[in-house]
Design a protein around this ligand. Structure first.
Ligand code: BV8
Length: 234
């Protein structure tokens, strides 16, 4: 089965070795803040300055880190893969982009983009956001939000993602705890005969839904499976 259809899902674990904290590790980002205070629409309505500070800090940190061997391996796989290929990330960092991934969907949005609540324009955004920030498109001040999908908001490009899942022959999940839906349910949406592989430091909450498991750091296990997939062509 040369170069079958491949869908890959990544989570915060693939960026951990680049130095970005994951969400549920002991040093997780959420430790300093309750999820509902910084990653929900209600939290932003209640205290926009707190939410802006939370994302401004993460945007600054992102400039100081770099993609790791796992990000590079997935970009290499995409470049050499002759079948259908889609990389879906839950991560809002740009490490897959910087590693060269192109057929990539950021289903939870992107830290380096801002969206205007007045004109809905999405802008690339590397600096801080705050009450004094003006929308380059409509000129209104202080109505820009991080282009991030918060809890209770609909993830992006779900139709494209489910179309790819429903016809994929290989589904690979890397570095996600299986806490957050709908991403955690993707493995249930692939055809029953597909190859399903989970790479993680420890079994995720949905590990039993996968046929194959590889426990270990992404920087070791992802280059390894990429070499195998390219050698087999499937
Ligand atoms: C939705 C952006 C539906 C923010 C994120 C009530 C009302 C509405 C919805 C719900 C509800 N109750 C529950 C829900 C569903 C909810 C949900 O799942 N909640 C959870 C907490 C129970 N989901 C949603 O709200 C989603 N939307 O359902 O909309 C809807 C329907 C109709 C109409 C409207 C809406 C939206 C979810 C998106 C939230 N936004 N991110 C931000 O980043 O600031 S989610 C956030 O968690 C990140 O994106 C992160 O990627 C994601 C998942 O976490 P993981 O990536 O898995 O990271 P984690 O730390 O958990 O795990 C890391 C793993 O890596 C670990 O297993 C670790 O062992 C491993 N690891 C660590 N190091 C390594 C490693 N592995 C390999 N190598 C290493 N070196």
């Amino acid at each position: 089965m040369p170069f079958s259809s491949l869908v890959i899902l990544t989570g915060a674990g693939i960026s951990a070795e680049s130095g970005l904290a994951t969400f549920r590790a002991s040093d997780g980002l959420w430790e300093q803040h309750r999820i509902e205070d910084v990653a929900t629409p209600g939290g932003f309505r209640r205290d926009p300055d707190l939410v802006h500070r939370f994302y401004n800090e993460r945007r600054r940190k992102l400039k100081a880190v770099a993609p790791n061997a796992a990000h590079a391996a997935l970009a290499r796989l995409e470049a050499a893969w002759k079948g259908d290929f889609l990389l879906v990330t839950q991560n809002v960092d740009d490490l897959h982009d910087r590693a060269g991934s192109r057929r990539l969907i950021h289903m939870h949005g992107e830290l380096l983009k801002a969206r205007c609540l007045v004109c809905a324009e999405v802008h690339p955004w590397e600096e801080d956001l705050g009450p004094g920030t003006m929308c380059p498109q409509c000129g209104v001040m202080g109505r820009l939000r991080p282009h991030i999908v918060w809890f209770e908001e609909m993830p992006l490009e779900m139709d494209t993602i489910y179309e790819a899942l429903e016809r994929c022959e290989v589904f690979l999940s890397v570095g996600t705890s299986g806490n957050v839906y709908p991403a955690a349910g993707f493995v249930e949406a692939v055809p029953i005969r597909s190859r399903t592989i989970e790479i993680n430091l420890e079994p995720s909450l949905v590990a039993t839904a996968f046929k194959e498991h590889r426990l270990g750091p992404a920087s070791v296990e992802v280059p390894r499976i990429v070499d195998e997939l390219l050698a087999q062509g499937s």
